[in-house]
Ligand binder design. Structure first.
Ligand code: SF4
Length: 374
């Protein structure tokens, strides 16, 4: 056994957690249940939920046959409800495909809903003594620190390194004490803030401790640069009124009134013109639109992506108001004319409002305001 594993095992026997309600047995069902409950949740919080749950659903078959509503009721307060839904769905798969017996082979476990590689390994270790590596959040932190890995586990290369380290450290014997020890060490000694290095069995060989800044590992998660998404709205003006279209309920700015948009972006003049022809044709007094003119493009940042907005202007349309009596199925029911002067108080997406206010001010573009969230 490596010195690393020896130290973890010896520490676990004395200082680790023993006698938890799901420990000591070989039945994979309570081990699975505890592993799922312990994801993002502390042991002390999990214990009463685990006891109530196991009393009502003592095995995978009773869980599979229970209504989901009852499962969610028993989960209520534990949070992350997708865990309960997956657990229930997985129990049904166990009943259907494994005659109600929870498998103990990692590959079969990983095929069940809500069970990832690390959880599958933990269930296999504790129920069957399988020599498999776990890599939950606590273990990632311990390994990142012990090796002073320069990066964050969310980065694919760092994660691959961690898995390979986790595999290479597995002891030939004592896999259960070792696995439990790593979990306990991360939860009670090598904590996220203020690790207790003086009480750690790995202190002598820990590179992060040697660096003098153990809490500086893992490194902060790198900021994701949001991707660009192009958008080609079309400003169709009839006098001082602009044609608005209600957006679909799903997607960005769902349900808001906004400018009609070309299906592809950036769009060519012909696409803007075709869109205007189609929309104006749906109106009672629609007429052929004038030639599109490109407006200056601008950027707008949203939470998950950045918009590159390349608008078109079609002015001089002599169209009448849509008939307000048209039924909701009629395409015109999603269209309305808005006087440009009323844009200030209208519930429009922020960059669209800026664009229209710029036009109202005669600027034929947007104010130079830089990027903003809307
Ligand atoms: S020595 Fe400190 S930083 Fe290193 S593994 Fe132990 S508790 Fe974590």
């Amino acid at each position: 056994m490596s010195e690393f594993a020896e130290r973890v095992v010896a520490w676990q026997r004395v200082h680790g957690r023993h006698g938890l309600p799901w420990q000591g047995g070989r039945d994979p069902y309570p081990i699975w249940l505890s592993e799922v409950m312990l994801q993002q949740t502390q042991v002390a919080t999990v214990i009463p939920y685990f006891l109530r749950f196991i009393a009502e659903f003592p095995d995978a078959v009773s869980l599979a046959r229970a209504p989901l509503e009852r499962v969610l009721e028993l989960w209520s307060g534990l949070g992350y409800y997708s865990r309960a839904r997956h657990l229930h769905a997985a129990a049904r798969t166990v009943l259907r495909d494994h005659a109600g017996r929870v498998p103990t082979v990692p590959a079969l476990l990983e095929a069940l809903p809500g069970i990832g590689r690390s959880t599958a390994a933990a269930i296999a270790v504790f129920s069957a003594g399988t020599r498999a590596a776990i890599l939950d959040g606590n273990v990632k932190r311990v390994l990142c620190r012990h090796e002073a890995i320069d990066g964050h586990p969310a980065q694919a290369a760092v994660l691959a390194t961690l898995w390979s380290l986790a595999e290479s450290r597995l002891p030939d014997a004592g896999i259960q004490a070792y696995t439990q020890g790593l979990m306990d060490l991360g939860a009670t000694v090598c904590t996220r803030t203020r690790p207790r290095c003086d009480s750690c069995p790995l202190a002598q060989t820990c590179a992060a401790r040697a660096s003098g800044d153990p809490a500086g590992y893992p490194r902060p998660r790198p900021r994701r640069v949001p991707p660009w998404r192009p958008m080609a709205p079309v400003v169709i003006l009839a006098g001082d009124r602009v044609l608005l279209e209600r957006r679909a309920d799903k997607g960005i700015w769902g349900g808001l009134w906004s400018l009609p948009e070309c299906a592809s972006a950036p769009a060519l003049a012909g696409e803007a013109s075709a869109l205007a022809t189609q929309l104006l044709g749906a109106l009672p007094a629609g007429v052929a639109p004038a030639q599109p003119v490109p407006l200056p493009g601008f950027d707008h940042a949203l939470t998950h992506f950045r918009l590159r907005i390349e608008p078109w202007l079609i002015a001089g349309v002599a169209a009448g108001l849509p008939d307000p009596a048209v039924g909701t199925d009629h395409p015109a029911a999603r269209l309305r004319w808005l006087p440009l002067g009323e844009c200030v108080g209208a519930a429009l997406p922020q960059p669209i409002k800026r664009l229209l206010l710029g036009l109202a001010a005669g600027a034929q573009g947007v104010p130079a305001e830089g990027e903003r969230r809307g």
